[in-house]
Design a protein around this ligand. Structure first.
Ligand code: KG4
Length: 486
């Protein structure tokens, strides 16, 4: 048995063999594959003596990876090792052209083919629902020459709120992290305008991707996988990042890894210090306030969460009513340093649980401000910032203290935009000063939204083969505990 490239003279025989498939290529399609498609390579197994054709295999090649599109053996030559011959010989030929990574889709019902591919080194990756026109699922498989041992180069994309970002990591090390912030554009509205956010993401996404690749000195063809924030966040904003990620994944034929935004915030700390388990993550941001307990990597249990507003949201709303710029956390943090805790604000919900409530606190501040205005009194902004911050951050410290009594942990990790707050940082460090519990304080660059953190989680998820089909959508209220469900 020999192998050779198909020529246009093989057209009729290949079309005949196509009939073995449930959805055969037409004669025109096969002609296109042989003559025109620059990505297509068709190899024929034949007899050297008689020239008779036994079967063929059709690959589509992108850079160093190939997708098997068709593999057929004439009925009379089946069970004679033709398929195995075609696979092994093509691997040898394609390797000479530096192709060493293969993917394929096969019908879920075609057990014979699935077993054949497994025998030749393919591994199951995921099931693609209703992939075929008759509604049948596809099994997606991959084979690489030690594909898990190769450098893992992840391109991460983040677009969940008002930062468009792309980052590249290589084996977990950050090569580039480009962030384009929209804060100036939203400032005049005192908060993020979702529609404007989506439009700006759309304008910026290609630039940040291009810049991240250039800065990392990485080519698209070097990438191993695409990681992208799938939620939580603003629906339109998330869509832009996900569509860009899906497109790259499709064109490059590499896996798509959906990442939970808050996993990202927690894992951003890994660029500073390795996570040690069990740990308590204090996730405080514009959209979330959660205590997350992690027994090991990628294991998240929410042990406390806000029942209404997020802490960052309350900083922003309080700042707005005090006439301070967006995002409110930054001026409040600064002005509180110059103020006294002189305003009496109610302590939010205290039911003994580890949960939070911030809407009452925000309303209390608004009421004080309005009452003062009515009386013609001037609000002492610095004092109000101090009073509000003491209560808002005091709540976090109170729940962290309670969690210490109920859970065992070796590390406390701050995460999210509000973890930039200087008073929170001081108080957490103070709380664990004379204990064995280590505190990780993230550097300021990783408290704001960025794609470096998404690439970091992507690196972990890649090793666990948490890959998605291209038909996934975003989830604006995705729970961290469901980070593998999409
Ligand atoms: O993590 P992030 O960018 O938003 C979400 O992903 O949800 O966090 C933004 C939030 C804003 O509410 C902002 O006011 C707050 O983080 N923030 C701060 C500080 N810096 C930013 N809050 C308190 N103190 C700060 N220094």
């Amino acid at each position: 048995m020999q192998i050779r490239n198909a020529t246009i003279d093989d057209l009729d025989e290949i079309v005949l063999m196509e009939e073995l498939f449930k959805a055969p290529f037409s004669k025109e399609q096969v002609r296109y594959e042989i003559k025109e498609n620059p990505c297509s390579v068709i190899l024929i197994a034949y007899s050297k003596e008689t020239n008779e054709i036994y079967g063929f295999i059709d690959f589509w090649i992108t850079f160093d990876s190939a997708t098997i599109c068709q593999l057929a053996v004439k009925e009379e030559f089946q069970h004679k090792g033709v398929a195995s011959f075609l696979l092994e010989e093509s691997f040898k030929i394609l390797k000479l052209n530096k192709v060493d990574f293969y993917t394929l889709e096969v019908r879920e019902s075609n057990e014979k083919a699935i077993n054949l591919y497994k025998k030749h080194g393919f591994e199951y990756v995921t099931t693609k629902p209703q992939y075929y026109s008759n509604g049948e699922n596809a099994i997606y498989m991959m084979k690489g020459m030690n594909w898990m041992d190769k450098d893992i180069i992840i391109l991460g994309i983040e677009s969940s709120c008002d930062e468009t970002s792309c980052a590249i990591s290589k084996n977990g090390e950050l090569l580039s992290n480009i962030v384009s912030t929209q804060i100036e554009m939203h400032r005049k509205y005192g908060g993020v305008m979702p529609e404007i956010a989506s439009r700006l993401h759309l304008e910026n996404i290609l630039f940040v991707i291009d810049e991240a690749l250039k800065k990392a000195n990485v080519k698209l063809s070097d990438l191993t996988a695409i990681a992208v924030t799938r939620g939580p966040g603003l629906i339109g904003a998330l869509h832009v990042g996900l569509q860009a990620a899906k497109t790259l994944s499709l064109v490059l034929g590499i896996p798509l890894i959906p990442v939970h935004h808050l996993c990202g915030h927690i894992y951003a700390n890994e660029y500073v210090n390795s996570l040690k388990f069990p740990l308590l993550a204090v996730v405080v941001s514009g959209g979330n306030t959660e205590l997350v307990y992690m027994k090991k990597h990628l294991d998240f249990e929410i042990i406390g969460e806000t029942k209404d507003d997020a802490i960052g949201e309350s900083f922003d709303k309080v700042a707005r009513v005090l006439g301070l710029p967006y995002p409110g956390g930054i001026p409040i943090d600064k002005l509180a340093k110059e103020g006294e805790h002189t305003y009496k604000l109610p302590l939010p919900m205290h039911d003994g649980s580890l949960n939070f409530s911030y809407s009452g606190l925000k309303t209390a501040v608004i009421n004080v401000v309005h009452n003062s205005e009515e009386k013609g009194e001037k609000i002492r902004v610095n004092d109000m910032c101090r009073s509000f911050e003491d209560v808002a951050i005091g709540e976090i410290i109170d729940r962290v203290k309670k969690a210490t009594l109920r859970y065992d942990f070796k590390q406390v990790v701050l995460a999210g935009g509000v973890s930039a707050n200087s008073y929170l940082r001081e108080e957490v460090v103070k709380l664990f000063k004379d204990t064995d519990i280590e505190v990780i304080i993230p550097p300021l660059w990783c408290t704001t939204d960025n794609a470096a953190m998404i690439a970091k989680v992507g690196d972990y998820l890649y090793k666990e083969k948490v890959f998605a089909n291209l038909n996934i959508g975003v989830d604006p209220s995705w729970k961290i505990e469901d980070y593998r469900k999409f």
